[in-house]
Every structure is written in structure tokens, then in C-alpha cells.
Design a protein around this ligand. Sequence first.
Ligand code: IMP
Length: 180
Amino acid sequence: MPARGQAKLKPLIRRAAIQKRVREVAKAITKDFKGERVHLIGVLKGACIFLSDLVREINLETSIDFIAVSSYGKGKDSTGQVRVLKDLDSSIDGLNVILVEDILDTGLTLNYLLRVIHQRKPKILRVAALLDKPSRRLRDVKADYIGFTIPNEFVVGYGLDYGERYRNLKDVCILSLPPE
Ligand code: IMP
């Protein structure tokens, strides 16, 4: 029994289901970019685990880079402010780029990132998001590859955090916090 005031975690998507879906997404990418190289850009820190699993299932020539943005403070609510904290290491001019996101929520982060990345002139720009919460959308942005569409719940695990905690959970779990 959790102590009074303790956060509760309820599994939403189990490890095995994630692994299966990641393989399916990788297969779709492999098919769509047959014979070509793909350059994956992971959005830190949340997408690092998804990208690590995804890239190993893609059967093409690949390269990876990371970008870090901040749109959330330490809590659950978006401030709507997006800043680049760590930029790309190398040029993406003429590359087939897949931007890899952990979760598509309001769409503010992706909307900003798409603008930033388009300016760098990739040949193709696609988006892969592990999770999609379409009910929360404030910007008209979509992912080309979606792992799972989920309800409007705050989730952690498989890279997603709450105040930097829970990224190491193998399942994606719903986090319920006690009332303040
Ligand atoms: P957006 O700009 O609202 O689409 O938010 C995108 C970012 O917010 C994601 O990349 C996550 O880092 C964070 N985020 C949104 N929803 C959740 C959630 O349910 N759990 C953990 N992080 C979230």
C-alpha cells in the first residue's frame, strides 16, 4: 500500500507491446526509405530510449544526432515557451531526416522544431513519435510514424520523465500525483 501523499504509477503500455510496435515502425521506415540513408534526430531527453531501440531495428544506412529543447519546467504543464538547449552537431542539408519525439502533446514543441529543422534544408523531413495525445493539440502538427495514440493522461517511463524521474521504467505508466 503506497504511503499517503505518494505518487502512483499504473502501467499503460507494457514493455513487450512497445518492443513489438517499435519493430513495426522501424519496418515501415525501412520500407519507405528503401535503398537510402536516414538521419535520425532525437529530441532530448525523452526520445533517447525510443531512438536507441528504433535505430537498431531499421535495416538501412543510418546516422543519428540529437537536439535538446525545453518547453516544460519541472512539472506537468507546458509553458508554451520553446528554447533550443543543444543544437545539432552536423549539417542536415540534403539528408532524409526523421525527427524522433517521445510524445506529441500540444504540438508546440514539434511546431517549433519543424520550423527550425526545415530551415536547415533536409531533402525529406518526417516525424516519428512514440506517443500521441491528439486531444491536447494546440498546433496543427502530425507525426508520420506514431507508436501509440493515448488518452489525455500524464505518462512516464521508456524515456519520459516527471521532474527527471521515471525515465528508466520499462513500461509507459500513467502517473497520478497526490493532491497538493
Ligand atoms: P508539446 O510541446 O506539448 O507537444 O510537448 C512535447 C514535450 O512535452 C514532450 O516531448 C515531452 O517532453 C513533454 N510531455 C508532454 N506530455 C508528457 C507526458 O505525458 N509525460 C511526460 N512528458 C510529456
